[in-house]
Design a protein around this ligand. Structure first.
Ligand code: 5GP
Ligand code: MG
Ligand code: MG
Length: 202
């Protein structure tokens, strides 16, 4: 049963993707990514966006048999609510030099939990470009195209990879939170509306 007890799933209305479905799909995305990375002449940098992408990033890179560096940035656009503020910020810096030392610049894959309005990814691409990345791909676990308002541009020979297309509902689990909870759920689910109906933030 989902959402009935006092466990991590308290408040979950329904499951959208089970742990097994996620594992199968992440393996497919990893295979696609690995084939692309093995065709490159230099190692890629995989940049995960904390905190939401931490499980997807960990599962993905373990399945990619190609040389790569892993780094994290933090991007924040949500408060504790379910609507993006529309003003994302990168609030922690990259450690890996994507501009290359020495050049050429390193091909960069930005790994996100979910692309919703597209504002965060746009902001991230601008940030990575400013850091000197000349090829920027985006690899998102979920894509919610129904809510897109920002049309982001990939850079160089960048590609868009996605796990699943997500319906227009607020989802949690597999890294994604509501008010910092639910990230540890191994599946993705939809929250019961009463969990956030009193929310007036953002
Ligand atoms: P965007 O800037 O594309 O509107 O939103 C991107 C970020 O908002 C995502 O990386 C994610 O952290 C958060 N977000 C968007 N939709 C959802 C959702 O349905 N559930 C959760 N938990 N976070 C979301
Ligand atoms: Mg995110
Ligand atoms: Mg969040």
């Amino acid at each position: 049963m989902v959402g009935g007890g006092a466990g991590a799933d308290a408040g979950i209305d329904r499951v959208l993707w089970t742990e097994a479905e996620i594992a199968a799909r992440v393996s497919e995305v990893a295979a696609e990514l690995a084939a692309d990375l093995r065709a490159l002449r230099e190692p890629a940098v995989v940049v995960g966006v904390a905190t939401g992408a931490f499980l997807f990033l960990a599962d993905l890179v373990r399945r990619v048999d190609a040389p790569l560096a892993v780094d994290l940035v933090r991007a924040e656009s949500y408060g504790d609510g379910t609507e993006s503020s529309g003003r994302p910020r990168i609030t922690s810096d990259l450690k890996v030099d994507v501009a290359g030392n020495p050049p050429p610049t390193l091909p960069t894959r930005a790994v996100e939990d979910i692309v919703d309005t597209g504002n965060t990814v746009s902001c991230l691409i601008a940030y990575l470009e400013k850091k000197g990345a000349s090829s920027i791909s985006v690899c998102t676990f979920l894509d919610k195209p129904a809510r897109r308002t920002a049309n982001f541009q990939l850079v160089g020979d960048g590609k868009f990879y996605r796990g699943f297309e997500c319906p227009d509902s607020f989802v949690v689990g597999y890294g994604m939170d509501y008010a910092e909870l639910y990230r540890n759920l191994p599946y993705v689910g939809v929250l019961k509306a009463e969990m956030y109906k009193k929310d007036t933030s953002n």
